[in-house]
Design a protein around this ligand. Structure first.
Ligand code: AMP
Ligand code: GLY
Length: 428
């Protein structure tokens, strides 16, 4: 079967690689792809992934029988709706379902209506009401732009002044229209845990839990990023917490079937905080996590084409997931300066040597080919994933592989997974 994946990051490399390994995958297209996907799939340039009509035209012209949408923007733009209407199976929710990620207010209201555990909040488009709520509740408190802000629209304010400033920034247009409404939320504490589920026709099939590292520098210091590393499963999660997260995901999947006009068919990503009062939802995303995908999919032993097609065609009872009994750790190699300004075009060496190690896979994020050489082309450049029989072995192998890869300005955290090894107390 011919398959089209939309997106160009490490997540899409990991998705495309897992699809490519299926005997059912004949021709694989990735739009726009990166230096990694170019090695085994056909990268499609010049196709705007957020333009439903253009994606449909490409899919029809190339006999594509499954479209997999990686990032949130095409989902929110309704690309899945256009494809589905034309009868092409698509992995990814329609625009209404994607609002769970596209609007934090929509998401919070969905959670409240369905009794899903989450932080107390106020959503408002009235700046004075926002400031008054901060005065009433005090700090610490969390201020979020309502709409998509590329991961930058959240401020965890330690003081009321900081919160007031964040509100003012939002209403001044720092996030464009995404900040016309703000969500102000109780500050929760505890380790974070990502629980991704395949959702189709009201049923949820949870993947293994994973944990991201959002801050740029060691010790969880520095600015927030798209994610600097991840691991799966998560050793500090208790059985009770795991069962509760699975229950919440199942409840949410059932609610999508009850409330939405069409089936939700894709990944529902629950971003949880493991609070002293149990797991609570920080957010839902309507897609796979990046870099969580790079530690979750390598552990999936089931055929991803079968799974995604069953999701896309609304056949949840045909989904079965088996996982390798291994730990996975991924370390992000970033460009110097990321998440602020950085240079591109640095020559990358050593990927083949790293990839040649058993149980290591290097996923590309921001890379491109230039005059026959692989060069950096983004802030997050590579994701180095290693698997092992123990967490420690997977972690050591990932760092050993990272050391083999060189490019000017290479920047990475050296403590991915360390807190998990040190145990729950390191979050207290
Ligand atoms: P979000 O984009 O909603 O995932 O938020 C980004 C990050 O902000 C999360 O990964 C958390 O680290 C933090 N965060 C979001 N909401 C809260 C909250 N209610 N309490 C504490 N931290 C939060
Ligand atoms: N790793 C966080 C995200 O994908 O949203």
């Amino acid at each position: 079967m011919n398959i089209l994946v939309l997106g160009s990051g490490g997540r899409e490399h990991a998705i495309a690689w897992a699809l490519y390994k299926s005997p059912k995958c004949e021709k694989l297209y990735v739009a726009s792809g990166n230096g990694g996907t170019a090695g085994f799939a056909e990268n499609v340039s010049g196709l705007n992934a957020e333009d439903g009509a253009a994606v449909l035209e490409f899919a029809q012209a190339h006999d594509v029988e499954l479209v997999v949408i990686g990032p949130e923007a095409p989902l929110v733009a309704g690309v899945a709706d256009v494809l589905r209407e034309a009868g092409i199976p698509v992995f990814g929710p329609d625009a209404q379902g994607a609002q769970l990620e596209g609007s934090k207010t929509f998401c919070k209201e969905f959670m409240m209506r369905n009794n899903l555990p989450t932080a107390e909040y106020l959503s408002t488009d009235d700046e004075a009401a926002a400031h008054a709520y901060i005065d009433e509740k005090g700090a610490p408190i969390v201020v979020k732009a309502d709409g998509l802000a590329a991961g930058k629209g959240v401020v965890v304010a330690q003081t009321a002044d900081e919160a007031h400033e964040a509100v003012a920034e939002c209403f001044k247009g720092a996030f464009g229209e995404a900040g016309n409404t703000v969500v102000i939320e109780e500050c929760l504490t505890g380790p974070e845990c990502s629980m991704l589920a395949f959702v189709s026709a009201g049923k949820a099939y949870c993947m293994a839990p994973s944990q991201d590292h959002k801050r740029a520098y060691d010790g969880d210091e520095g600015p927030n990023t798209g994610g600097m590393g991840a691991y799966s499963p998560v050793p500090i999660v208790t059985d009770d917490e795991l069962a509760r997260m699975e229950e919440v995901m199942a409840q949410a999947a059932a609610a999508t079937a009850k409330e939405f006009d069409h089936d939700y068919r894709g990944v529902l990503y629950g971003g949880f905080m493991l609070t002293p009062k149990g797991p609570k939802l920080l957010e839902y995303n309507a897609r796979f996590g990046d870099p969580e995908t790079q530690v979750v999919l390598p552990r999936l032993e089931s055929d991803l084409v079968d799974v995604m097609l069953a999701v896309a065609e609304g056949r949840p009872d045909d989904i079965s997931l088996t996982w390798a009994d291994k730990w996975a750790v991924t370390v992000v190699l970033a460009s110097q300066g990321y998440p602020k300004a950085y240079e591109k075009g640095k020559v990358i060496t050593g990927i083949d040597a790293a990839d040649a190690l058993d149980d290591v896979k290097v996923y590309h994020a921001g890379t491109a080919m230039r005059d026959g050489e692989l060069v950096t082309a983004g802030g997050r450049v590579l994701n180095v994933t290693a698997m092992g029989p123990t967490f420690q072995e997977a972690r050591e192998l990932a760092y050993k592989a990272c050391d083999l890869i060189q490019f000017e300005g290479k920047q990475n955290r050296t403590d991915i997974g360390l807190r998990a090894i040190n145990g729950r107390s390191s979050w207290e």
